[in-house]
Design a protein around this ligand. Structure first.
Ligand code: BES
Ligand code: MG
Ligand code: ZN
Length: 504
């Protein structure tokens, strides 16, 4: 994949076929737009008078063709109200601008941001950087399996952002870019088809991606997991010809710290057919994204290792394929988890919680983390509650939730807090085993009872958050900074979380 080069400079003389100028609400021209307007003898103002559909809402764009200049088109970019413009709006505007550049086939673009505006919620550096982040995030493409001419689809080659804050912007963008690299890796993993991405190949891929960044990668195969007694994770994978894997990633960025590490745990079901409790056929192909939680963990490990975060973080992903077969686990089976708790299987499609249970126990036994965040495309019920817009976040500690929420705000990702409750935990107790994998109310409150199930596997006073990303790991249509398909959701929030809670 070739994404356009984005860079920052002070002088506005970059060679370009397209220039971009900011316009504020009520069609107030930015300083640079004003200057160009003068050069064009009021051409921009006249153009806006004729095109009343353009109101300079943030992210709105309109193209103007010009003659007799070194460039041949201007794209006017709405920036809304400078008093309320924030980093989120700016990223979204950047993403929408990328769409407009693509349509306009802008090969070389110069975005002219110099000038002084009285922004309240955003600095000149942030404006430039977050615009770049939005542009970059939207430029992602998954075209590995297209055999045609890929060049045709990638017309946007180079984007120069002209700003007085070019030095600070260049520096700040570098850190954001590592986070975006993590997002792109997560998207690649999610978009990869399930015939090529299965537990064994996935584990090897993680090694290949992260080892060069000095992340230690350890892979447990089925034999090792059997020896340990990971009966829950193994039960889910036993119907598949592909062997299950547990992958442990260690980033030791703060060797002096005595604090126990942060643990990130991800559900990595490389394909979820539902197993013997088979899913309906419609849209089943989408269940290749059932490893979205694990992809967020791998992406976050890449992000923090790329920027050499001064923190100690353990990533653990449970990789299985949930298939029906003569060897598959059945509804009615009673299995024994690594924690020793027995689980009555009532539905083989409620498999994610079984995988997570053993991964959670492993990380606690082995690393005694101070905080655990798990991520999973766990329930359809979270989509009933929140749709595709927000993920659901369950946390047993208010400070932990506050930091997650703050990190999400900084990175333009939407997290909504959901309840943990004794009643949900109780709902998961079985008549014949310690626990059951389906709540008494079935799918009613299903995201909450799933969290209640996981809570049975959190030991002592460990701070823990569970993030259900079933609705946000995959989008069926484009969003401002995310092309449709695998989103890489939560990578940036996790990266910001590490910064906010371990590096301050
Ligand atoms: N992987 C699914 C959840 C899911 C659904 C993710 C749609 C993304 C989009 C999960 O394993 C599942 O099948 N959950 C069941 C649980 C039920 C059987 C208690 C569900 O949500 O229907
Ligand atoms: Mg399932
Ligand atoms: Zn699943």
């Amino acid at each position: 994949m070739t994404t356009p080069t984005i860079l920052f400079q002070k002088s506005d003389d970059a060679k370009a076929d397209t220039i971009v100028l900011g316009v504020f609400e009520k069609n107030t021209l930015s300083d640079m737009a004003e200057i160009v307007n003068d050069n064009l003898d009021g051409g921009i103002a006249a153009f806006l008078k004729d095109n009343t559909s353009f109101t300079a809402k943030s992210g709105q764009t309109i193209k103007m063709t010009v003659q007799g200049q070194s460039y041949n088109q201007i794209i006017l970019l709405g920036l809304g109200d400078p008093k309320t413009l924030n980093t989120q709006d700016t990223e979204n505007a950047g993403g929408k601008l990328f769409g407009a550049l693509k349509v306009a086939n802008a090969k070389q673009t110069n975005i002219l941001l110099n000038g002084s505006v009285d922004y309240k919620n955003i600095s000149a550096t942030e404006l430039a950087v977050h615009l770049a982040v939005g542009l970059h995030l939207k430029s992602y493409k998954f075209e590995k399996y297209k055999t045609g001419d890929k060049e045709k689809t990638s017309g946007v080659k180079k984007i120069v952002i002209t700003t007085n804050a070019h030095l600070e912007a260049t520096k700040s963008y570098k850190a954001h870019k590592s986070a975006c690299d993590g997002v792109f890796l997560a998207r690649d993993l999610i978009n990869e088809p399930p015939n090529t991405l299965h537990p064994e190949s996935y584990a090897e891929l993680v090694k290949k991606e992260l080892k060069p960044l000095e992340v230690e990668v350890e892979i447990l195969d089925e034999k090792k997991m059997q020896k340990l007694g990971m009966g829950a994770l193994l039960a889910v994978g036993q119907g598949s010809i592909r062997e299950s894997r547990l992958v442990i990633m260690k980033w030791n960025g703060n060797k002096k710290s005595k604090k126990s590490p942060l643990a990130l745990v991800g559900k990595g079901v490389t394909f979820d057919t539902g197993g013997i409790s088979l899913k309906p056929g419609a849209d089943m192909d989408l269940m290749k994204m059932d490893m979205g939680g694990s992809a967020a963990v791998v992406g976050a490990m890449k992000a923090i290792a790329s920027r050499k975060a001064k923190a100690n973080v353990i990533g653990i992903i449970g990789l299985v394929e949930n298939m029906p077969s003569d060897r598959a686990y059945r509804p009615g089976d009673i299995i024994t988890s690594y924690a020793g708790k027995t689980i009555e299987v009532l539905n083989t499609d409620a498999e994610g919680r079984l995988v997570l249970a053993d991964a959670l126990t492993y990380v606690q036994k082995k690393y005694n983390p101070d905080t655990i965040i798990d991520l999973a495309t766990l329930t359809g019920a979270i989509m009933v509650a929140l749709g595709y817009e927000y993920c659901g976040a369950f946390a047993n500690d208010n400070d932990l939730w506050e930091t997650i929420s703050e990190s999400a705000d900084q990175t333009n990702e939407k997290f909504w807090r959901m309840p943990l409750d004794e009643a949900y935990r109780k709902e998961m107790e079985s008549d014949v085993a310690d626990l059951k994998n389906l709540g008494s109310l079935g799918r009613w409150g299903g995201a909450c009872s799933a969290a209640g199930f996981l809570e049975h596997f959190i030991e002592g006073k460990t701070k823990w958050a569970h993030i259900d990303i079933a609705g946000t790991a995959w989008w069926k249509s484009d969003k401002p900074t995310t092309p449709k398909g695998g989103t890489g959701f939560a990578v940036r929030t996790l990266d910001a979380f590490v910064k906010n809670s371990y590096e301050k």
